[in-house]
Design a binder for this molecule. Structure first.
Ligand code: HEC
Length: 182
């Protein structure tokens, strides 16, 4: 006798449970409760949508065309320079990990302050990098003070360091009271 004679058989309920749990998992992935985790997820999403086609899913780059994002001074170095690079794009000769690139990266200023901060925090904390987070208000300050027209010439961008406003002001969000020394 066929299983269909018994109404909704095991395969049906099995499939239903599977679908229900898939929805549950997807719902959980949409809304991580931890703010740090949500920021990480946003950064990863922005990276996969706007950066990975050129720089690779794991920041490995494409030799001779798109530089890697692994332990490069552009990524783990000065925050202001990195923010400017993404806001306005960059062109011209640039040395990355001993290789010379001479290509063009378009501006990504159409992304929000939060998207840029999250994606930069993401690349600074992944691919073997261990540099600190970048906050949306830092992107905002660089954006507001900028009068850059067109993409940066790489050698000029290299010198364009720092965040306007309060360069050395500690970020209250990053201040961990337990870390305070005297
Ligand atoms: C269309 C391809 C393309 C996309 C998309 C792109 N880049 Fe780039 N990126 C480049 C190229 C090409 C260079 C080198 C430019 C040059 O030769 O002057 C570069 C350089 C860089 C550098 C400095 C060099 C290094 O490897 O450390 C960083 C950092 C960077 N990109 C980050 C990003 C981030 C973050 C995104 C996404 C928001 C992004 N890029 C999107 C092509 C791209």
């Amino acid at each position: 006798m066929s299983i269909h004679a018994h109404g909704f058989g095991a395969p049906f309920w099995g499939a239903l449970v599977l679908i229900a749990s898939l929805f549950f998992v997807m719902a959980c992935e949409e809304e991580p409760t931890d703010p740090e985790e949500r920021y990480e997820r946003l950064g990863q999403r922005v990276y996969n949508s706007y950066c990975s086609t050129c720089h690779g899913a794991n920041g490995q780059g494409v030799r001779g065309a798109f530089p890697p994002l692994r332990e490069t001074e552009w990524v783990v170095g000065d925050e202001g320079r990195l923010i400017r690079l993404v806001l306005h794009g960059v062109h011209g000769e640039m040395e990355v990990l001993g290789e010379t690139y001479n290509n063009v990266m378009i501006a990504h200023g159409f992304l929000s302050d939060e998207q840029i901060a999250a994606v930069l925090t993401y690349i600074r904390g992944n691919f073997g990098n261990e540099a600190g987070a970048i906050r949306p208000q830092e992107v905002r300050r660089v954006r507001d003070a900028s009068d850059q027209q067109g993409t940066w010439e790489a050698s000029e961008l290299w010198e364009a360091t720092g965040i306007p406003g309060e360069p050395d002001a500690p970020d209250p969000e990053e201040e961990a009271p337990s870390d305070a020394t005297d």
